[in-house]
Design a protein around this ligand. Structure first.
Ligand code: MEV
Length: 310
């Protein structure tokens, strides 16, 4: 009998397609080299996330999916989580947690699930975290790499890997505009019924196709232009706060191409801003200016999605 299981999953950035993916439009997401690591141990009684009701329910949902589908008994667990993914910044911390928990449960149950099943079980958790997720965050955390994602129906999700020239992300920084006070769930609910949504969806789909073309055919200029336009559309939709708008404006004056990546936030911070820098040293200098100062980080693309750890 297995008493212990360990799994990890990467965080993500949205190149494009946040919010529109909830409405069945495509998104392009990249897994990044920041990971969450989950350890499950069998115990007599469940012992996890005592102070976090949503996370606790998400775990129970993931385990229930496995129990019902595979007709296995309940295994009470103790859970330990370590992570290098900043929480609540649009970097996929909850999707990555759902993915790693799902894989760890499958290992504990000794079920050799492929990524599709890890996704399906984890998706039950994602719905607890986010209410009505597209599944895009989770898809990239499960499969890794750079993906084209589209939610066709609740049960059919198109996930296609895109091969990207590694030099594409050589001068890209993630700049933190501050933690949003709104959750992803609240941000998604907030745009429901807004009159701008129709136009937004059409524009983002067109830009997402341009981004895929620019990645596949290494068109750097088109990539930067599409990124900036998609960010402006997010601003018009009202998911980008004043603080983040100012940073994006300042960075554009340095010749950078920047947009919010993820659900955003409008009252205070809007989470991570993805910045294709013209001159990375100058952008770092801007972030360090005493009147700003802004946290930033570099990253690499991560080809590995969810994995079983020893
Ligand atoms: C959040 O990272 C991305 C959103 O599009 C929500 C989703 O896709 O589920 C805002």
């Amino acid at each position: 009998m297995t008493h212990f299981a360990k799994a990890s999953a990467p965080g993500k950035i949205h190149l494009i397609g946040e919010h529109s993916s909830v409405y069945g439009k495509p998104a392009i997401l990249c897994a990044i080299n920041k990971r969450v690591v989950v350890v499950l141990k069998r115990t007599a009684k469940d012992n996890f996330f005592k102070d976090d009701k949503i996370a606790r329910e998400a775990v129970i949902s993931i385990r229930s999916y496995i129990k019902e589908k595979y007709k296995v008994k309940n295994i009470p667990v103790w859970i330990d989580v370590t992570s290098t993914i900043p929480v609540g910044r649009g970097l996929g911390s909850s999707a990555s947690l759902s993915a790693a928990i799902s894989q760890a449960f499958f290992s504990l149950y000794r079920i050799n699930a492929g990524p599709d099943e890890v996704f399906n079980a984890a998706y039950a958790g994602e719905k607890i975290f986010h209410g009505n997720p597209s599944g895009g965050d989770l898809a990239v955390c499960v499969y890794g790499g750079v993906i084209w994602f589209r939610k066709e129906t609740e049960n059919i999700k198109l996930i296609k890997k895109i091969k990207v020239d590694p030099s594409t992300f050589k001068n890209v920084l993630l700049v933190d505009s501050g933690k949003p006070v709104e959750s992803t769930r609240e941000m998604v609910v907030d745009i429901v019924g807004k009159k701008e949504v129709g136009k937004f969806l059409i524009a983002q789909e067109k830009l997402t196709k341009e981004v895929s073309d620019s990645l596949i055919n290494n068109k750097q200029k088109l990539l930067r232009e599409s990124i900036v336009s998609s960010g402006k559309n997010l601003e018009k939709l009202g998911v980008v706060g004043k603080q983040a708008q100012k940073i994006i404006f300042d960075l554009s004056n340095l010749g950078d191409s920047a947009k919010v990546s993820g659900a955003g936030g409008f009252k205070e911070g809007s989470g991570i801003i993805l910045v294709f820098c013209k001159n990375i040293s100058r952008t770092k200098k801007y972030c360090k200016e005493p009147e700003n100062p802004l946290e930033f980080m570099e990253f690499k693309l991560e080809s590995k999605g969810v994995i079983i750890e020893k």
